[in-house]
Structure formats: C-alpha cells, structure tokens
Design a protein around this ligand. Structure first.
Ligand SMILES: Cc1cc2nc3c(=O)[nH]c(=O)nc-3n(C[C@H](O)[C@H](O)[C@H](O)COP(=O)(O)OP(=O)(O)OC[C@H]3O[C@@H](n4cnc5c(N)ncnc54)[C@H](O)[C@@H]3O)c2cc1C
Length: 436
C-alpha cells in the first residue's frame, strides 16, 4: 500500500535527478543480482558489472593492486565518492575487510583503513560522510569471541567476576539479550590474549585518532551475536574517549531484527546522556538472519531474531523515532541505513514534524551503492542528507567478505523488485521521449 502512494513521488525523483547512464547501470546490476547464481548476488558484487560509462562509479571493478600496500583502492573509492557528490549524494567508504585470524592480518587491515581515511583528506568537497570498520578486521575473531563470552559472564555474575582489562564503556546487554553462546564459565584471558587485546585496542585508538584528525565519522558495523558484545564494547569505549562536544565521531550499529535491540539502544543512549557524551548510532534491520536462526535452532534455544518481519519493521521504526527525538532535543545522531521505503517515509515525516532542519548532519539516510537509488534521490530531493555505502578493495582480499554477504543477502536482492520496476519504467519513458 505504502509503495503505491510513494511510487509517483519516487518516479518524479528519478526523472529529475538521475542520469540515463546511472539508471541503466542500476537497472542492469539489480537485474543481474536478482537472477545470477549466489556468488554474484552480493550487493558488493554489483560493482563488478562491466561498466563502459566513465562517470558511473565502479569501486569493486578496480584491478587488484600491485602490492598489498597499494593505495589504488581507497584513492579510487574517494574519487568515486567525489563523483557521487555531483548528484547530491555522499559516500560512505567501506574497505570490505573482516574476520582477521591473527595480528598480522589485523595490522594489514588497519593500514588499509588508515589509508582510506587519509584519502578523504585529498578531496576538495565534503563528499564522504563517513568511513566504516568491522571490528573483526582489527581484532582476531577468536579473541573477540573470548571477550564476548567474558562480558556475557560478567553481566550475569556481576559481583563475583572481574575483568581486569575492561575499559570504561556503555551497557552492551539488556536482560533480554541472548546468553546461550556462553553456557559455562569462561577462563580468564591468558597473558598472551591480554596482550593481543591491548594491540587490538591500540589499533582502534589509531583509527579513531585518524578519523578525529581528518574530521570524518567512523561507523562500526554490527556483525553476528556471537561477537557483537565485543564489538559494542570496542565501539562504546572508543566513543567515550573520542565523542566530544556536539557531534559524535564514533557510531555504533543496532540491528533491529534482534529482540533485544530496543532495550540495548535505550540503555546505551541513556547512559551516554547521563555521562554527557554525544552518541551516534547506525540503525539497520540486520544481515545475519539465516546464520543466527540456524545457530539458535542447532542449540535448541529461542532465536534472537524477531518472530515476524512485522516485528522487525516496528522495531526499526521505533528505534528511528527514539533517535529522531534525541536529535530534536539536541543530543545524539543517527544514520538510518535502510532500503525500506515505508521506514524512509515515516522517518522523513517524523523528522519534519519534530522540526529537524533538512540539512542537519545528525540525521543521515543511507543505502547500499547500486541499490535503492529511487529512495536515495527521493530523500535527497526532500532535502535530507543521503549517503551510499560503498564497499571496495582488492578482490583477493575481499572475496571471503563477498561470499559471506552473498550467502546472507539473497533475500535482500529478491526484495529489490520494486527498485527494478521503477528504474525500468523511467528508462522506458526516456526511450519513448528519445524515439518519438
Ligand atoms: C548503509 C547500510 C549499512 C548496513 N550496515 C549493516 C551492518 O552494520 N550490519 C548488518 O547486519 N547489516 C547491515 N546492513 C544490511 C541491513 O541490515 C539489511 O540487511 C538490509 O539493508 C535490508 O534491510 P532494509 O532495512 O533495507 O529493509 P527491507 O528492504 O524491508 O528488508 C527487510 C529484510 O529483513 C529481513 N528480515 C528482518 N527481520 C525479519 C524477520 N523477523 N522475519 C523475516 N525476515 C526478516 C528479510 O530478509 C527482509 O528481506 C546495512 C545496510 C545498509 C543499507
């Protein structure tokens, strides 16, 4: 129903805003993404579509760099963001790295993230709204699991369990959080693990300092619930150190398909407010639904994901509403990362009702690059800040990331039908105009 009301407006936006080559590329990539076999269905692989149009960005189509330290990826991505800027959108630079196994890979990944942030400096415009990191790229995955286990145990046995390495942070659990990942008391960190944790914290510190120096916000992606407590711990401890003044520079991510999402968001935001620290969140529905449900089923426990998609939609809209009220009251910032037209529309209407000024940088909308262009342009034409999430990187490094996204996001691409219909309709209209 909501789509029927919005389509004419969105078509109008496509009509007024999008170049024909961009429309053609988006249509082709969405069609191929929806019909090709799993390896090519990741939103990320959309960028691998051969693209003869020189003005259309193609971050992932860049050839692998000559050496592992090549700057080719970040610099090209930054240039692509600058081109995106011409159409009124900003870029979120995402070096697509995750799941590091050891300190050596973490160091390589940190270097890539630092170069990404550095590349933003060279841009004349403020065409990059933020940069993105996955904590599993800078802290070995096994260690992040151990930290998450220890945090869960501490939460449930507060009095008797001490974590000597723990930094000041915000709440990462609520009583409704899933605790089944940690059925028995975990051993304390070994001296070697403590030293590795210190190294990981130092990497996060360096990345945050670089973001502060360049003045670009750092968005920390959410991953799966086995490691999310550790990710939130890294994020919030960094936010307490670096978020100063009015504008947060470190943002966490809340996955609203989780049953405990609302409570965790409210608790963290309330505590940050009490401490006088500005806090920013990216809100998403969540991209690990199949693996989360499979794990819960295999353990015979309740799934952490909302039982119905309507509950997920309601949770996303409630969390968005909560953060919009915070912005209207002068605290907090939010990135509403969604392709859902109804959620976009609701948030835009609420922001207008609350008197949030259109150019206010504390409210951003974001969609994956190559997807939901109609929604992006519709929101931008309404005066909101809109960014495109632009993953990039040398293929040999990011292939595991691509495969994981492809596996989990088939549903997302099937859901792009409306996008494809709208794009095709506008292309047909332009063709008719050109012919007759
Ligand atoms: C800019 C950006 C950043 C992102 N960052 C992250 C991130 O850090 N971490 C992360 O996990 N994901 C991230 N995502 C992906 C995101 O979580 C979603 O997978 C994706 O955006 C689809 O959700 P949507 O809001 O666009 O909504 P829609 O287009 O409405 O899609 C809804 C989808 O939600 C799924 N779903 C959710 N809950 C249920 C349920 N209870 N029952 C059935 N189906 C359900 C279905 O697969 C459905 O296709 C990001 C997305 C964007 C655009």
């Amino acid at each position: 129903m909501a789509h029927r009301v919005l389509c004419p407006k969105i078509l109008q936006s496509l009509r007024n805003s999008t170049t024909t080559p961009l429309l053609r590329t988006s249509t082709t990539t969405l069609y191929s993404a929806a019909v090709l076999p799993p390896l090519t269905v990741s939103p990320l692989s959309l960028h691998e579509t051969p693209n003869p149009d020189p003005i259309t960005p193609t971050p992932l189509s860049s050839p692998p760099p000559q050496s592992s330290t090549s700057m080719t990826g970040p610099v090209e991505a930054a240039r692509t963001a600058a081109k995106l800027w011409d159409s009124g959108l900003k870029g979120m630079l995402v070096y697509a790295l995750e799941h590091a196994a050891d300190n050596e890979s973490c160091d390589w990944n940190l270097d890539a993230f630092l170069k990404t942030v550095e590349s933003i400096k060279s841009l004349a415009t403020c065409s990059v709204s933020s940069t993105v990191v996955k904590i599993t790229a800078i802290c070995p995955l096994r260690l992040l699991r151990r930290v998450s286990d220890l945090l869960r145990w501490e939460y449930n046995n507060n009095q008797s369990f001490q974590l000597p390495w723990k930094l000041n942070t915000l709440p990462v659990f609520s009583d409704s959080s899933p605790f089944y990942h940690t059925p028995i008391k975990p051993d304390p960190l070994t001296p070697e693990e403590e030293s590795d944790l210190h190294l990981a914290q130092q990497r996060m510190l360096k990345l945050c300092q670089k973001c502060v120096e360049v003045g670009v916000p750092l968005l920390v992606d959410a991953e799966d619930t086995s490691v999310q407590p550790g990710i939130d711990y890294f994020t919030y401890s960094a936010a307490l150190m670096h978020n100063k003044g009015d504008n947060p520079i470190i943002y966490g991510t809340i996955q609203t398909y989780l049953k405990d999402a609302r409570e965790r968001l409210f608790l963290a935001a309330r505590e940050a407010e009490r401490m006088g620290v500005p806090i920013g969140f990216k809100l998403v529905r969540g991209a690990y639904m199949s693996s989360e449900r499979e794990l819960a089923a295999s353990l015979g426990v309740e799934s952490p994901i909302h039982n119905t998609i309507h509950q997920t939609h309601a949770c996303f809209n409630d969390c968005a509403s909560f953060m919009l009220e915070k912005i209207a009251n002068g605290s907090g910032a939010v990135v509403l990362a969604t392709h859902n037209i109804e959620s976009g529309n609701k948030a835009a209407a609420k922001a207008t009702d609350l008197g949030i000024k259109k150019g206010n940088e504390k409210l951003q909308f974001a969609q994956l690059y190559g997807m939901a262009d109609a929604l992006s342009f519709g929101l931008r034409n309404a005066g909101f800040q809109v960014s495109k999430y632009m993953p990039f990187g040398p293929v040999e490094r990011i292939m595991p990331y691509l495969l994981r996204r492809a596996e989990e996001n088939r549903g997302l691409l099937c859901a792009s039908t409306l996008d494809r219909q709208l794009l095709r309709k506008e292309l047909m209209r332009r063709l008719k105009v050109a012919i007759f």
